[in-house]
Design a protein around this ligand. Structure first.
Ligand SMILES: [Cu+2]
Length: 172
């Protein structure tokens, strides 16, 4: 009986422990002009361990900048720059990060700027930052976000593998 309970607990815990979400910036619109990235960002739960993916044409690029340069759309003093889509960014720490497109007036005039506030995941070391009111600890499945659902399925598969390993260990 104790073994059965352990098994059930592992089944519940394992998928959550390996949860990692891939956020495609702008969804199907990608990283482009005339997309409201504030609106897009509000629908996402960015958690440590997640990955941000910028997909764009050769008209664009991705610069990570500080808060002041973000507000001023200053592209000179970037922290990181990449122009070969897709650009993958690992959200490894609980912090706020700022991304802009350095081409033409895309940041100042075309809305190509994105703020990402990364919250600490429950499994990351170093204590967790309290979530703002209304933000659930565990991200819900995004509505219509195919990649998010795929990511969760991958997590589930990994979780099931872990459970199977534990079960075989219990039986052996
Ligand atoms: Cu651009």
């Amino acid at each position: 009986m104790a073994k059965a309970i352990t098994f059930l607990l592992l089944l519940l815990i394992a998928p959550a422990a390996y949860a990692q979400t891939t956020h495609i910036v702008g969804g199907s619109d990608g990283w482009d002009t005339h997309v409201n990235y504030d609106d897009w960002g509000r629908g996402q739960n960015f958690t440590t361990g997640d990955i941000l993916v910028f997909k764009y044409s050769s008209d664009h690029a991705v610069n990570e900048v500080n808060q002041t340069d973000y507000q001023n759309c200053d592209t000179e003093n970037y922290i990181y720059s990449n122009s070969s889509s897709p650009t993958n960014i690992s959200l490894s720490k609980a912090e706020t990060r700022y991304f802009i497109c350095p081409r033409s007036n895309h940041c100042s005039g075309q809305g190509m700027k994105l703020t990402v506030t990364v919250l600490s995941g429950s499994t990351s070391p170093g204590g967790s930052k309290p979530s703002p009111p209304g933000t659930p600890e565990t991200p819900p499945l995004p509505a219509g976000g195919a990649t998010g659902i795929l990511g969760d399925r991958t997590s589930l598969m990994v979780g099931i593998s872990v459970v199977w390993g534990a079960l075989l260990g219990l039986m052996g």
